[in-house]
Design a protein around this ligand. Structure first.
Ligand code: GDP
Ligand code: IMO
Ligand code: MG
Length: 434
């Protein structure tokens, strides 16, 4: 299959960046298709750590085309800074292309994000504050500004002359004392447009052409399935469609062009921000996992809530995404625990739930039923090489059992196994390369 999509199965931060960076070695094109700089994808190559928010993880591989598709929302000041930062670290951005149809995060979107959150007393989403929700809302309301307009100064002026006063009135109505200075905002954004112009193009037709030439296209999902605007834990979700079906629409190619779909599963569950997390741990084990797994947000630095792996979530995620393989990450983080638990299903009022509940009142009431597994020892750094070269057979028996149980329960094979943060610390169990 010429395409491969990498999708978060849980609430984000599963390790998509690392998996994409690894698979990008086999790809010709890497495409982001939704989300914005609410994403934070960490990639560790040797001792070097890269934290990417806007740029596709493929940017770190010279010679690969890195594309930001039409389904993404872009903060132009932030992406320019990110480009400068990676250039300063010796990585080029000549291979970057940005869709002319992608929407622009405007200064008022960030102010509105904060103002709306402040009003949602008792029901805060805990957004990243990056203006994502208001930018997607304006796209749907046909009040958005697209990247193609950002580079057309007279058109941009026209749009901003109408939009800035309108949004300032909304800020006032929401009780915010912040306002956007229209003149300064126009100067800033026109400048961003001039700097970004060389990257902006019709990326959909570029991807189609690459596919027609038999090139391999890798899709990099952001956020996770449970944060999907339709299927996630609404309203505690992000504002885009995070599932595999949106990879085609968010890149501008037909769904018939899509091939394999890898679901990235963290060996436990984390969530940043508000909303139900049925397997959440409020004890020392949870703290220990957060500490050892470095579970602090790549984007906002907030501590991620941690819990046991949840098969109710993963089955639901598979039913929405149609995974052909899984990438199981951070198995090493569970090392050293005597016991590892997995939620096999939920009950409500003593009855087993057969499908994932759509409403948060039910999800807050579910009782997770656990199965317990023997833990495994920490993977000693000195033996890691041995594990990575020796394949599954060299891994601790209880870890293999855990992996096998998961494969059987979800009904999808584990293709990649994450045993550490670095690009090299990934066990590739695929029978065939992509
Ligand atoms: P993403 O948003 O899905 O790309 O994930 P993040 O990068 O936000 O968070 C995942 C974190 O786990 C990052 O700090 C990664 O460097 C790290 N990571 C990824 N895979 C592994 C793994 O297999 N083992 C360990 N120990 N860390 C990992
Ligand atoms: P990656 O790509 C984890 C969460 C926020 C908040 C909710 C809505 O790194 O996996 P938003 O700013 O999108 O309106 O916030 O979604 N959220 C993420 N959580 N990983 C992410 O991205 C996230 N992007 C958004 O914490 O709860
Ligand atoms: Mg992240």
């Amino acid at each position: 299959m010429p395409t491969l999509a990498v999708i978060g199965t849980q609430w984000g931060d599963e390790g998509k960046g690392k998996v994409v960076d690894y698979l990008a070695g086999e790809a010709d094109v890497v495409v982001r298709f939704q989300g914005g700089n609410n994403a934070g994808h960490s990639v560790k190559i040797g001792e070097e750590l890269f934290k990417l928010h806007h740029l596709p993880s493929g940017i770190l591989r010279p010679g690969k085309l890195a594309v930001i598709g039409n389904g993404v929302v872009i903060d132009p000041g932030v992406i320019l800074k990110e480009i400068e930062d990676i250039q300063a670290r010796g990585k080029g951005a000549d291979n970057l292309r940005i869709s002319d149809r992608a929407h622009v995060i405007m200064p008022y979107h960030k102010l509105l994000d904060g103002a709306e959150e402040r009003l949602r007393e008792g029901a805060k989403v805990g957004t990243t504050g990056r203006g994502i929700g208001p930018a997607y809302a304006d796209k749907a309301a046909r009040l958005g500004v697209r990247m193609g307009e950002l580079v057309d100064e007279p058109l941009l002026r026209n749009r901003m002359d109408f939009l800035v006063p309108l949004k300032n009135k909304m800020l006032e109505a929401l009780g915010s004392d912040q306002r956007v200075d229209g003149k300064k905002a126009f100067e800033d954004y026109a400048g961003y447009g001039r700097s970004l112009k060389p990257f902006i193009t019709d990326t959909g037709s570029m991807i189609s052409e690459a596919l027609s030439k038999g090139r391999k296209v890798l899709f990099e999902g952001a956020q996770g399935t449970m944060l999907d605007i339709d299927h996630g834990t609404y309203p505690y979700v992000t504002s885009s469609s995070t599932i595999s079906a949106n990879a085609a629409a968010g890149a501008g190619i037909p769904p018939t062009a899509m091939g394999a779909i890898i679901g990235v599963v963290k060996a436990y569950t984390t969530r940043v921000g508000a909303g139900p997390l049925p397997t959440e741990l409020h004890d020392e084990t949870g703290e220990r996992i957060a500490e050892k797994g470095g579970e602090f947000g790549t984007t906002t630095g907030r501590t991620r809530r941690c819990g046991w792996l949840d098969l109710a979530v993963l089955r639901y995620s598979h039913s929405l995404n149609g995974f052909t393989g899984l990438a199981l990450t951070k198995v090493d983080v569970l090392g050293g625990l005597d016991e590892v638990k997995v939620c096999t299903h939920y009950t409500v009022d003593g009855k087993r739930l057969s499908s994932f509940p759509p409403d948060m009142r039910t999800l807050e009431r579910v009782v997770p039923v656990y199965r317990s597994f023997d833990g495994w020892d920490d993977l000693e750094p000195a033996r890691l090489e041995d594990f990575l070269n020796g394949g599954l057979a060299r891994l601790p028996r209880s870890m293999r059992y855990y992996v096998g149980f998961l494969e059987k329960e979800i009904g999808v094979p584990v293709h990649l196994l994450g045993l550490g943060r670095r690009r090299s610390e990934l066990l590739d169990l695929r029978r065939e390369r992509w």
